[in-house]
Design a protein around this ligand. Structure first.
Ligand SMILES: Nc1ncnc2c1ncn2[C@@H]1O[C@H](COP(=O)(O)OP(=O)(O)O)[C@@H](O)[C@H]1O
Ligand SMILES: [Mg+2]
Length: 307
């Protein structure tokens, strides 16, 4: 639970009075461009930096009053690696586990289980310096999971990763969420937010522009939907704009794009229009706005709505 959280760096307000709630068991996405305030928010919620204003509770503990309890109940994959490159994967895991107070026997068992699960068991005695970016990131996730946390914070975990490693990480995020962990995931990747998150907060310039499910975010931008049709002959398109369900008509090459909040009615109307004008329909498609369209609309303002 976050209320009016604010963080300033000099005259830059990195996080500007943001408020939101994350449900237990949810994958909550923090979606925004570079510099939006994602990392700053995660640093506050994980007790690394103090806010200038506002309150935050994580796993039921106040991050300002009970930072130790918070740390015991969370796992973090930070934006910048926190693994020691001169230590082996095994040593890194034991070190983090001890810092979190995991009992020795349980720690070793967890470490072995995680290394196997993330395909790192064979390289557990190699120093991390020799790891590829994908291997390092998998290790960071193992480190974040070593204390079996309730809440997992992931700061752009797949950013800059090869396709294979990114996919493995995403699969693991889904799997750990299904096993009951709450996940707070920051990303600038629309598709990732769409795939993984139950709800998404869109953040820009330290402010939250919208919070909703990916589906609802798209539905909110109903006017970004369009029906695209191609006819066999040049048609007089002026009649199309007269229909009350039509927001805008664009012709693109030999196709016509009809923007509408009600694609069903517009499809019927286009079929009727073709019949009446002796046209054959060559193609007819309904296009939903992508999360990217919605995102652009929210963060870039009105001028990006209909390009
Ligand atoms: N340690 C810092 N010192 C000064 N400015 C910072 C610092 N950390 C972040 N900022 C500024 O705060 C804003 C938000 O940054 P950040 O939270 O890292 O965004 P994101 O993770 O979404 O890319 C940016 O304008 C950034 O330049
Ligand atoms: Mg960041």
């Amino acid at each position: 639970m976050v209320r009016e959280l604010t963080k300033r760096y000099g005259n830059v307000t990195a996080v500007d009075r943001i408020s939101f709630e994350v449900e237990k068991g949810e994958v909550f996405g923090f979606l925004g461009p570079n510099g939006a305030g994602k990392t700053t928010t995660i640093r506050i919620l994980t007790g690394l930096i103090k806010p200038d204003g506002g309150k935050a509770f994580v796993a039921g503990y106040d991050v300002l009053e009970n930072p130790i309890e918070v740390k015991q109940h969370i796992g973090v994959v930070p934006e910048v690696s926190n693994a020691y490159v001169d230590l082996t994967a095994w040593e890194n895991l034991l070190l983090v586990g001890r810092l979190c107070g995991v009992p020795s026997q349980e720690l070793k068992e967890n470490a072995i289980k995680l290394l196997k699960e993330f395909g790192l068991y064979e390289v557990k005695d190699k120093i991390v310096r020799a790891f590829s970016k994908g291997m390092k990131q998998r290790l960071l996730l193992c480190m974040a999971l070593i204390n079996d946390p309730e809440v997992l914070f992931l700061d752009e975990p797949t950013s800059g990763l090869d396709v294979e490693s990114a996919r493995l990480l995403r699969e693991k995020i889904v799997e750990y969420n299904k096993s009951g962990k709450t996940i707070f995931l920051s990303t600038h990747n629309m598709e990732e937010a769409n795939q993984l998150c139950h709800r998404v907060a869109v953040i820009n310039h330290g402010r939250i522009a919208a919070i909703d499910t990916p589906e609802n975010l798209r539905a909110q931008s109903a006017e970004l939907q369009y029906v695209e049709a191609a006819f066999d002959k040049v048609a007089d398109l002026r009649k199309l704009s007269e229909n009350p369900n039509v927001v805008k008509v664009l012709s693109v090459g030999n196709k016509v794009r009809v923007y509408t909040a009600d694609p069903h009615t517009v499809v019927e109307f286009l079929v009727e229009f073709a019949k009446r004008n002796g046209l054959r329909i060559l193609t007819l498609n309904t296009m939903m706005p992508s999360l990217e369209d919605v995102f652009l609309k929210l963060v870039k303002g009105r001028e990006a709505v209909i390009r």
